[in-house]
Ligand binder design. Structure first.
Ligand code: F6P
Length: 323
């Protein structure tokens, strides 16, 4: 092996830069040339490669986002797009690829690997919905950002005796909402994995008011049913009987843009380094993740054929703790 490339794909996640740095520096340590692919799979299709030296990845471990840029590419979902990408990689003499990203990105990586181009994946998404890693790069930082917002909202909510609907990201996963809700001491949590009856929720918040709570924080995951907007409308219709006045805060991309904390820097560094080690040992077609406290690899076939489940029993715990 002489030359590899690394790309980041899908939603950026705090810690991606630390993973890029680890891939570049460990790759160079193996005596390889390491190329960065600009703008994810779009850049792969366009042959948008740049040689990265040790200094090019200096001073990025503490930066959020990704120095390589990211994108969601429809073209790469087609076989023709992937063939174009392989042509570009072959022309540049690149022999293997490290893909840092979440579900969609790793599905694309699996397809590329199956077409004969060696790929190793690194588990990275704030959603924590990727099978093959108990925790993925970016989750811890995104969670702490959500938590800080909840703590602040609680302060103003208590001053005004208000309820707040706080919408967190997560696509179809309730992980961020549930964990932020528990860690933030929320009065209620609404997640996609469990359907919520708006009337039951209103009742919970009304009872919280009657019990003398100064605020009510309801954390709603973006993919929940009903979604935050619908819940807010229902609450406003019933505001007289609830007691609390309602405000809505959507955290959105704020959660993604933070500087990675120590946990994400270390996780990303270890996953990135392990990815190059896999390639050095001649292995590919696997996702590098973190399971049961260890850095592990999971075959792509297994990753794409399984759905990561959320421990919804924690929702019951959240309810008990909200009393
Ligand atoms: O997958 C990460 C994520 O932030 C999801 O939580 C969210 O649904 C989505 O990306 C938002 O995507 P975009 O940045 O393209 O709006």
């Amino acid at each position: 092996m002489k030359r590899i490339a690394v790309l980041t794909s899908g939603g950026d996640a705090p810690g991606m830069n630390a993973a890029i740095r680890a891939v570049v520096r460990t790759g160079i340590d193996y005596g390889w040339e390491v190329y960065g692919v600009q703008h994810g799979y779009s850049g792969l299709i366009d042959g948008n490669f740049r040689l990265l030296g040790q200094r090019d990845v200096g001073g990025i471990i503490q930066q959020g986002g990704t120095i390589l840029g990211s994108a969601r590419s429809d073209e790469f979902r087609t076989e023709e797009g992937r063939l174009r990408a392989i042509r570009e990689l072959n022309q540049a003499g690149i022999e293997a690829l490290v893909v840092i990203g979440g579900n969609g990105s790793q599905t694309g990586a699996h397809a590329l690997d199956q077409m004969g181009f060696p790929v190793v994946g690194v588990a990275s998404t704030i959603d924590n919905d990727l099978y093959g890693s108990d925790i993925t790069i970016g989750v811890d930082t995104a969670l702490n950002i959500a938590l800080e917002a909840i703590d602040r909202l609680k302060v103003t909510a208590s001053s005004h005796q208000r309820a707040f609907l706080v919408e967190t990201m997560g696509r179809n996963s309730g992980y961020l909402a549930l964990m932020a809700g528990i860690a933030g001491g929320a009065e209620a949590v609404v997640i996609p994995e469990v359907e919520t009856d708006p009337e039951a929720l209103v009742e919970e918040v009304r009872i919280a008011y009657q019990r003398g709570k100064a605020h009510a924080i309801i954390v709603v995951a973006e993919g929940a049913t009903p979604e935050a907007d619908g819940l807010a409308r229902y609450f406003k219709k019933h505001s007289e009987r609830i007691g609390f006045e309602l405000r809505v805060t959507t955290l959105g991309h704020v959660q993604r843009g933070g500087a990675p904390g120590a946990f994400d820097r270390l996780l990303a560094t270890r996953l990135g380094a392990r990815a190059t080690e896999e390639l050095a040992d001649g292995r590919h077609g696997v996702l590098v993740g973190h399971r049961k406290g260890e850095i592990t690899t999971t075959p792509y076939d297994e990753v794409v054929s399984h759905v990561k489940t959320l421990d919804t029993s924690l929702l019951a715990l959240a309810k008990v703790l909200a009393k």
